[in-house]
Structure formats: structure tokens, C-alpha cells
Design a protein around this ligand. Structure first.
Ligand code: GAP
Length: 456
């Protein structure tokens, strides 16, 4: 999809946010920066700034809590980015992880044939300049190569992992032997993946280095249907729970000709942005593909013996695999709003981020910075709140500007310390979305905020 769809209204008539808006906000306020920018940047690679890293950590921690800590039959691992090269032969990626490309003879642009509109493909016509496209697609493997060892000629070629989940199959037997899990059980991981994407772009949407969160859930084949449905719905509800625009979320089943080489069936959870409906997470029916292939290639028996029935079998796998960066991007696009000002002044830019995921939970603002009694009360409130959540102290500029600054980065609460605070130990708590204000005793503040910014 191109970004010409920017002005397309969403189904509930709220305009879809142009990607440029969040790119600009991200750079201006320290969420995301282009990688190696002083050298001209690298396509498809980004760095996260001070606010970005806080928000990313919140997103990761909330996923981990929901998937691992809230399920007695799920455990976590953290595998390395580099593995033995045979892993990628066994996984099928050396053979199958390819994009097919055609080139425009006139403008020299390259297109993935699975991304070309049907008529352009049929007529060999470039969707950008109308020039003629080459007819024979060229094949590119997406795995990124690297080399281990220092002696030239003796170095081992291997790959940065093309999908993070492979470590889970590699560690499956160790987890079985070292923890007390029994089928059905799951192993989760959050970690980087690397793909030599031919057409990286649309900011964080398609990158060459990105992060994935995966659950691999191991089941008896007779229970595959039940667990597939369970996780499919669980993941949909998880995303729905952190969105403002829930009507922009849907399932889409893969047609048989678009299934990945490891999947017998797949549903994508898709989200609608200016890029159209796009994949956010895949729910894959991987069956016994992975454990069977790794058994074959490694010569290690990865079958499971049921401790009660003594039945021996290769467990089947339900995979839920999503992108941390895509979540980050979709949440910014979902949250961004420029609210017109009723008095006709500058619009209010606000990020309606879920309070659980917002980078800063509370800003503490003394009404004036040159009044010692206000400053010391505000400082002591801020220092106390820092023990429990990310709090920011801000005394620069008038109070209206400070509220706007916090709205723009999604801070759900601002606490204002004024002269009354010094007299009666109360503060004003202002809420971001409705801009409503209440008066609270300082002694109740921590519990009030914790109740609203802690996931449950
Ligand atoms: N283990 C299965 C697997 O890797 P995938 O559909 O290729 O499946 C899972 O990737 C998720 O990873 C996607 O739904 C998407 O959120 C994210 N993802 C994939 N490629 C990406 C890229 N180039 N840039 C950013 N995120 C990507």
C-alpha cells in the first residue's frame, strides 16, 4: 500500500493518522530515531530514544506478564541471536525463506511480486511509473549471513536468526528436563530477528532488525484444535484491550497459497492504519514441523513420553508470533490525535496511550518555580512517586504549556502543587484525555495513581 491513503477515513469516521505525524513526533520527543543518522542512516533500522525505551519496556513487560506470569503452564527463555547454521537448514529457511522480485526497466524500482496489485502483475506494468516490468522473478533469501571465528578460510558461515522462535525448539528438550512442565505447556520468548527485507519501509512497519514475541505451545495432536482456538482468541482480546480504535482490529485467514512453509493453517490478527489492513500477529498451526525437522537434522529424539499413559509422540505446536516494533507503531497510530482548540488556538496534540503502556505515568508540576515551598513539596511528591512508577518533574514554562507537553507524550496524569497544597496537603490531579481535574490529599496520591497505571 502507498501512503496516498492517508486521508482515508476509518470506519468510525475518525481520520487515520498519517505515518509522517508519528515519525515527526517520535523524533521530536525522543521515541524513535533513524539509526546511524549522522552517516546518512540505514534503511529499515531504527534506535529507540529515552521515551521510546520506556514505552517499549512497558509493552514487553505487559506481554510477558500476560503470557508467562499469568499462565501456570507457560515458561520463558531468552535465546541467543546466533545459532548453529544447521538450525536454518532444518527450519526450512535456507531453502524457503525467499522473496520473489521483479524490476521496472524504466524507473529501476524493485517490487515483491506478492505486494504487486494483480493487474500490474498480469500486465507486467510498474505501479509507480507505468514502465515495463521484468517477467522472470529473481529470488532473494532473506536470512542475514554472519561469520564465526577469526582465521580467514576457517570461519564458519552462519545466520542471524531470521525468526526468533527457533531458539524455543532448540531449548524445548532442556526446558522439559529442567523444569516441571508437562504437555500441554508453552515456552515464550521476546527477542530480535533479522531479515534482509528487500523493501523495508513505512517507519517501524517493515524493518531489517526488529523484535518478535513468540509463544510456542506444545500439545497432544488430539487437542490441537482446542488450544489453537484458545490462543487465537486470547491474543485478539489482548490487542483489543490496549486499543482506542477496537473496530480497526480483525482476523484474516491465510489462503493456502500464502501459508509459510511451516504452517498448515494460519490466521493473522490485522490492524487498519493508513497502510490499509496489515498483519500485526500470526497465529500459526505449526503442527510437528519444527520438532520433527530438528529431530531429523540433529539426530536427537525430540519426542515426548506422557508420564501417565506412557504414549510417545512428537507434540504439535500452536504458535502466536507478533512484532514488538509493529505493536509500538500501531499503538502510536492508534493513540495520536490533534484535537481542535475550542478557542481557535493551536490544536492540542495528544497521545491517548493506555496508561499501562505510557512511557511517563505522572508529571509533577509546581505552579511556580521560584517559590521554595511549592518546589520542595513538589520535589518530595516526585521522589516518593519515583519509587513506584516513572515520574517526571517539570517546572519549565507556564502550567498550560507543561500540560500540553505531557499530553503530547501520552502522560496520563499531571499533579499540580499550588499554594493550597502547602496549607492543606492536597494537590490537583489532571487527567490527560478528558482534562478533568480533581483535588486529592497527598497521602492518597500514590494509591490513586498505582490503581490506574498498573496492569490488572
Ligand atoms: N515465527 C513466525 C514468524 O516469524 P512472521 O509472520 O514472519 O512469523 C511474526 O513474523 C511477526 O513479526 C509479524 O506479525 C510482524 O508483527 C513481525 N514482523 C515480521 N517481519 C517484520 C519486519 N520486517 N519488521 C517489523 N516487524 C516484522
Amino acid at each position: 500500500m502507498t501512503q496516498t491513503e492517508e486521508t482515508t477515513p476509518a470506519t468510525n469516521d475518525t481520520p487515520l493518522v498519517p505515518i509522517e505525524k508519528v515519525v515527526s513526533l517520535s523524533k521530536r520527543r525522543g521515541f524513535v530515531y533513524p539509526n546511524s543518522e549522522i552517516y546518512g542512516g540505514v534503511a529499515g533500522i531504527y534506535d529507540f530514544g529515552p521515551l521510546g525505551v520506556e514505552m517499549r519496556n512497558n509493552i514487553r513487560r505487559y506481554w510477558w506478564w500476560s503470557m508467562v506470569q499469568r499462565h501456570d503452564n507457560v515458561v520463558g527463555i531468552e535465546g541467543a541471536n546466533i545459532t548453529h547454521p544447521r538450525v536454518w537448514e532444518a527450519s526450512g529457511h535456507v531453502e524457503n525463506f525467499v522473496d520473489r522480485l521483479v524490476d521496472c526497466k524504466k524507473c529501476k524500482r524493485r517490487f515483491r511480486i506478492d505486494h504487486l496489485p494483480e493487474e500490474n502483475l498480469a500486465e507486467h506494468k510498474c505501479p509507480v511509473c507505468g514502465g515495463e516490468l521484468t517477467t522472470e522473478p529473481r529470488v532473494f533469501n532473506l536470512l542475514m549471513e554472519t561469520y564465526l571465528g577469526v582465521v580467514e578460510g576457517d570461519r564458519m558461515k552462519t545466520y542471524l536468526r531470521g525468526e526468533a522462535c527457533q531458539n524455543i525448539y532448540l531449548d524445548y528438550d532442556n526446558v522439559l528436563k529442567s523444569s516441571r512442565v508437562q504437555v500441554p505447556f508453552g515456552i515464550c520468548q521476546i527477542g530480535k530477528a533479522y531479515r534482509n527485507e528487500v523493501t523495508p519501509g513505512n517507519f517501524l512497519f517493515r524493518q531489517r532488525e526488529f523484535e518478535q514475541w513468540d509463544l510456542q505451545f506444545f500439545v497432544h495432536p488430539s487437542e490441537m484444535d482446542k488450544w489453537y482456538e484458545y490462543w487465537k482468541q486470547y491474543r485478539f482480546d489482548w490487542y483489543s484491550g490496549i486499543l482506542n480504535h477496537k473496530d480497526r482490529l480483525r482476523f484474516r485467514e491465510h489462503a493456502s497459497d500464502e501459508l509459510a512453509h511451516y504452517a498448515k493453517k494460519a490466521f493473522d490478527i490485522e490492524y487498519r492504519t493508513v497502510l490499509g489492513w496489515q498483519e500485526w500477529e500470526g497465529i500459526h498451526w505449526r503442527q510437528d514441523w519444527d520438532l520433527k525437522r530438528h529431530s531429523e537434522y540433529s539426530g536427537q529424539d525430540l519426542s515426548y513420553t506422557d508420564p501417565n499413559t506412557k504414549e510417545r509422540y512428537i507434540p504439535w505446536i500452536v504458535e502466536t508470533s507478533g512484532g514488538v516494533d509493529r505493536t509500538f507503531l500501531n499503538l502510536l497510530l492508534d493513540a495520536y490525535e490533534e484535537e481542535p482548540d475550542p478557542a481557535g488556538k493551536e490544536p492540542r496534540t495528544v497521545l491517548h496511550l493506555h496508561p499501562w503502556l505510557a512511557p511517563i505515568k505522572v508529571a509533577v508540576l509546581p505552579l511556580q518555580k521560584n517559590k521554595e515551598e511549592l518546589v520542595s513539596t513538589a520535589r518530595s511528591i516526585h521522589e516518593n512517586l519515583q519509587r513506584f512508577m516513572v515520574s517526571q518533574y517539570d517546572d519549565v514554562a507556564n502550567i498550560g504549556r507543561r500540560y500540553r507537553r505531557q499530553d503530547e507524550i501520552g502522560t496520563p496524569f499531571c499533579v499540580t502543587v499550588d499554594f493550597q497544597s502547602v496549607e492543606d496537603q492536597t494537590v490537583t490531579v489532571r487527567e490527560r484525555d478528558g482534562m478533568t481535574q480533581i483535588r486529592l490529599p497527598i497521602s492518597e496520591l500514590t494509591m490513586y495513581l498505582l490503581d490506574r497505571v498498573t496492569w490488572k
